[in-house]
Ligand binder design. Sequence first.
Ligand SMILES: Cc1cc2nc3c(=O)[nH]c(=O)nc-3n(C[C@H](O)[C@H](O)[C@H](O)COP(=O)(O)OP(=O)(O)OC[C@H]3O[C@@H](n4cnc5c(N)ncnc54)[C@H](O)[C@@H]3O)c2cc1C
Length: 499
Amino acid sequence: MVAKKPRVVIVGAGVAGLTAAHRLCAAGGGQQFDVSVVEASFRAGGRVLTSEFAGHRVEMGATWVQGIDGSPVHALARDAGALAADLLPYERMDGFPDRVLTATDGGEVVDADRVARPVEKLYRAMMEAARAGEAHGGGGVEEYLRRGLRAYQAARPEKAAAGDANNNNKEVEDALLAMHINRERADTSADDLGDLDLAAEGEYRDFPGDHVTIPGGYSRVVDHLVAALPNGTVRFGLRLRRLDWGQAPVCLLHFADDGALAIAADHVILTVSLGVLKASISKDASADDAIAFDPPLPQFKRDAIARLGFGAVNKLFMEVEPDEEFIGGDGGEPPEEFPFLHMAFRGHVSRIPWWMRGTESICPVHAGSSVALAWFVGREAAHLESLPDEEVIRGVQATLDSFLPGPPRWRVKRIRRSGWATDPLFQGSYSYVAVGSSGEDLDRMAEPLPRGPSADDGRAAPPRVLFAGEATHRTHYSTTHAAYLSGVREADRLLQHYS
Ligand SMILES: Cc1cc2nc3c(=O)[nH]c(=O)nc-3n(C[C@H](O)[C@H](O)[C@H](O)COP(=O)(O)OP(=O)(O)OC[C@H]3O[C@@H](n4cnc5c(N)ncnc54)[C@H](O)[C@@H]3O)c2cc1C
């Protein structure tokens, strides 16, 4: 007689789900578990999505490997052969430039040595202190940074004769700090940096070493994981609508509203985003963007889901070209390369739309490229998704015309943008620890259900619903490597259970 293998259904074919599947499929020489991955969409990768735009390889989602020393994602990219540059140019293939053009709206170039760099140095030192757990005062990160700038300005010897210049400097410095705050918003996905918990920043970790992009595209990492799974392991177009998990020993996963399509499993590993989980615990969750849990998720899990932050971050790619009016002849000199533009908004130019003002920079994806990139966060990111292309182009054009000194010389030809906020399968981009939450909530996110001892014998109850995904990792949350490590963790939890 052949013993029945435990059946594991993994919900979501992002990095976390595929990694868990990979590990479980390999267990016991491939014989220990009956594994399937159910994915609502018709592609693997989730928030990893490589695309092409204007002859360039671009990432619509995950972009960086955040520290290469010891990163499992970097190792996977190497194994996938994705680290070797091939024909297509790709984002940040040349690293970061030493010099950028920092300007204010109105086209005033900010003095790099006297003003821009000192404020950047201050911001970086303060964030390093926060990440080393050395920041004091509690509350949110925005107030912490603003306190730092006020102290810096107060410590500067006032030059009696230069009162006006000093005031002007202060205004520009405030705008520069707001620019760095916008950068930090994009890094963390916190719409309001006042809502990003300062103490929790001390727990967040990247891997050591360089931060790099993947020449062959992030999606190659995903393809590599899928290729290593037995054929048919990943089943596409299956959207989990309801999970019945209260009746031991099995769970029932429903994929149609009328209950017509259901799969039974001994264990479910849920890897959907924190955004989908938030929608699922919301009182007015509609059937289309939520998973119904029967019984409802326990209070400790609901509280953690509600307290943690999950923000929207979108990338906007623009193809730019020199404005013909200004090429040669009477129009003036042909333009140089599109600059690495860092934008300090003072609010002086009313024709720049509000949704552009939370953007730190517009930079070519590599030096000399005709494709430029800007990152949007929170309200601005969500609004960007609602606008027609022409309106986005007009808004960006007004911004460039205002910031680039001299006559306007660059024209935005066409654009491509991501849409993570309104996509019902994500409902945002990545997680952060909000004020009022803590690293403990990330641990609670990772706890399997049911919690506590079994009623039958008082021993720990078998894990029936397990949770993986970037928002379940206490120190690496928000990244692809958090997703990877969480997938390994939950596969190991099952291996341990059956050992
Ligand atoms: C714009 C952007 C930039 C980023 N930049 C970086 C970066 O530079 N570096 C980095 O490390 N990380 C970055 N990230 C974050 C990184 O992409 C994620 O942390 C990681 O990919 C999450 O993987 P996951 O497996 O946890 O979740 P997901 O990738 O969200 O996978 C979950 C899967 O579940 C599926 N699903 C959802 N609902 C259901 C359902 N009801 N039934 C069945 N399937 C369902 C989804 O379709 C998805 O495929 C970025 C993300 C975004 C959006």
